[in-house]
Design a protein around this ligand. Sequence first.
Ligand code: GLN
Length: 493
Amino acid sequence: MTDLTTLGIAAIRDGVRDGQFKAREVAEAFNAKVAGARALNAFLVETPDHALAAADAADAARAAGETLKPLAGVPIGMKDLFATKGVATTAASKILEGFVPPYESTVSQNLWNAGAGMLGKLNLDQFAMGSSNETSAFGNVVSPWRRPNDTAALAPGGSSGGSSTAVSAGLAPGATGTDTGGSIRQPAAFTGISGIKPTYGRCSRWGTIAFASSLDQAGPMARDVRDCAIMLEAMAGFDAKDATSLKLDVPNWEAALSADLKGKKVGVPKEYRVDGMPAEIEALWQQGIDWLRDAGAEIVEVSLPHTKYALPAYYIIAPAEASSNLARYDGVRYGLRDLPEGAGLQDMYAATRAAGFGDEVKRRILIGTYVLSAGFYDAYYTQAQKVRTLIARDFERAFEQCDVLLTPTAPSAAFALGEKQADPLAMYLNDVFTVPASLAGLPAMSVPGGLDKDGLPLGLQIIGKPLDEQGVLNAGLAIEQRAGFTARPQAWW
Ligand code: GLN
């Protein structure tokens, strides 16, 4: 019998529906994989009973002859940034250690309503701030990938590194991610899986622990483009509880998948040819261009002139919003409280925040508070907002000439854990290709394109027009079909 953990979301859904196997067998198989992979540190909490209960509900529905829900029998991993009722939710921070939400986030509730089960809560960079998972207060996730004849631990990408690891190591057929400046796309690229950040407003932010509210978007991470489409359909949708949620029906992205790009134009932004880009990334990008041309698309060069200001603008806007969002962790209402003997309220705030937040989170709060302070607000925050507008305008102009854009996802393959930890700027540079689409609120996806000289995955990014997830998914599918990417990490854990 096939190892059920080799199956993706579509195959599990179809197999359960057609009676090839029971949902319970699927959940049991993945639960065992999760329990056997603790060396990867991908899960902060394991919830095998949740996965089994959802599976039993799917099997019972089938036995009763009911129409199965879209994700019936599919167990998934949940990034620990989504509040889950009755299940500890920490954002990988000590400040939320022991916090058990009395409510469920909209995105996770949507997935349970669609029949999915939860294998557990996935590790991440603390408050989703980071690109390597090293800012987690509960130990970093280790990528399942290794260089040949080398046992050095590699970064799974971040911030959704538990999600990328769970999917690429076969511990879950799909997982939720969130993306503020690249946190779905970069970890997907580092681990050879697919992930899509939809248009800002497609997925409700309600119940998702906030980092930078004008940028945060949830999205799926899965083995292929079809699985991403299926999962995104379940996650997305209008929610009155999020004021920035878009009041739009969720398209049937899976049904409209097509790798035929005849009549489509693909833009290649010349400013993404950054200095020092490794030749392999450059070569993969050219390969991607050729694949999309082969799929029928016309290739055009476009210009996004303000690209070089995107990273500095992001690292002002995101910390500014974070400093405001994270003000709520004060030791009063929930989470950690550090109340030194005889201390007053101010001392309690200070002691709690000093003990609860990690270094990177503190750095962002300091930067954010600084750029929002009266004397520097105009020089930094207002300027960054203006740059954000210019970047959005660059994309609008580019999309007058093309339907989607093709770029590399990240400027390198996975780096070793520890390699960039001491240098925040080197770490921030990882986001150079992903933050522009975030600032403009555009849908963007990473799909695996190939391997580098060390056998590590490299990703290609497709950026689309607002609300054109379909165009993004279809271009992703065209690449997927041509790349024939089947590499998987060898289990060493
Ligand atoms: N790496 C980026 C950062 O640290 C993006 C994080 C994210 O998208 N959540 O801000």
